[in-house]
Design a protein around this ligand. Structure first.
Ligand code: MG
Ligand code: MG
Ligand code: MG
Length: 306
């Protein structure tokens, strides 16, 4: 039976590229694998796949009866709805340990690094499998995306070393310029609806029994949002009510100024304020130095719901 390699819902570049890079590796070591994705590609990911000549992985949302090697998550909230009827044979991930459990032994590659593809690179090295140039290219781009071109506090020396090696393999020396090109594409919001932008990189969380949703947009200049912020805030509150969330946040990250403005819609905003020891003004706050949802938002917000 083929193993599906697949990342989280609302896939980002790491989820798509790790499905492809992990799928290729498994096929090389004699385990038939089919890369899959749980949703549409975002513009940055489309750019990466076009650049290195890949088709999008298979769109698949039902996995009952299938074997699944999951990538870039271990939270039930980011899994296919029928995950309990699938067999998880492996996990490669770089987030906090989530709440998925299995009934059979599985292979876990979970590391505190900046990107799942950094761990997939480690898997290639472990299995002594050569990385083709085009696979190296998408892996490198995923790492540059997840680590915000090494600026994110989630970035480790392992991520930097992986990018250096992968850049040699794919023959792109100036990976910094490629990273900036990716983030420039990420910064283009023209013609995209407000709700689609909120959901572009959105994750639902169960924080000690409380439903919270957090979206993030990373751009090279926050000014692109100047005319959208009121609409964002209005729609964030709508989304919160529609989805029965206690709190819905949108993190607007300026990768050049290296900080984020957080928009908050909440049934009790004092929890967010207490979590970060701040006072929201008009339901928003600028947080200097804040680039990472995983490392600088969730570890503070989650305990506040205990
Ligand atoms: Mg991801
Ligand atoms: Mg990732
Ligand atoms: Mg990200």
């Amino acid at each position: 039976m083929a193993i599906y390699t697949c990342g989280h819902t609302t896939p980002d570049s790491d989820s798509i590229c790790s499905a492809l890079s992990l799928g290729y590796l498994l096929n090389q070591i004699g385990r038939e694998a089919i890369p899959a994705r749980q949703g549409a590609l975002n513009p940055e990911t489309q750019f990466i796949l076009d650049k290195f000549g890949f088709e999008a992985p298979l769109l698949k949302t039902k996995f009952a009866g299938c074997e699944l090697f999951i990538a870039d998550y271990s939270d039930r909230g980011l899994a296919p709805a029928d995950i309990d009827e699938a067999t998880i044979v492996g996990i490669v991930d770089h987030h906090k340990l989530g709440d998925l459990t299995t009934s059979a032994p599985l292979e876990c590659w979970i590391r505190p690094v900046g990107c799942s593809n950094t761990i997939v690179k480690e898997m290639y090295d472990y299995h002594k499998v050569e990385i083709p140039a085009n696979i190296a290219g998408i892996m490198m781009c995923a790492i540059l995306s997840d680590t915000v071109i090494f600026k994110s506090p989630t970035c480790t020396q392992k991520d930097i070393d992986a990018v250096r090696e992968l850049s040699e393999i794919c023959g792109i020396e100036d990976f910094g310029a490629l990273g900036m090109e990716m983030f420039t594409i990420k910064s283009q919001m023209d013609g995209v609806g407000i709700r689609d932008l909120i959901l572009r990189d959105y994750k639902p969380f169960d924080m000690h029994g409380t439903a919270v949703g957090i979206g993030q947009l990373e751009v090279v200049d926050l000014a692109v949002f100047d005319t959208m912020k009121d609409d964002f805030q209005e729609d964030l509150e709508k989304l919160r009510i529609e989805n029965n969330l206690h709190t819905a946040c949108l993190i607007l990250t300026d990768i050049m100024k290296e900080g984020s403005e957080i928009l908050v819609a909440s049934s009790d905003k004092s929890i967010f304020e207490k979590a970060f020891d701040i006072t929201l003004e008009n339901n928003k706050i600028w947080m200097p130095g804040c680039l990472s949802r995983k490392k600088q938002i969730i570890p503070f917000l989650e305990p506040a719901f205990k």
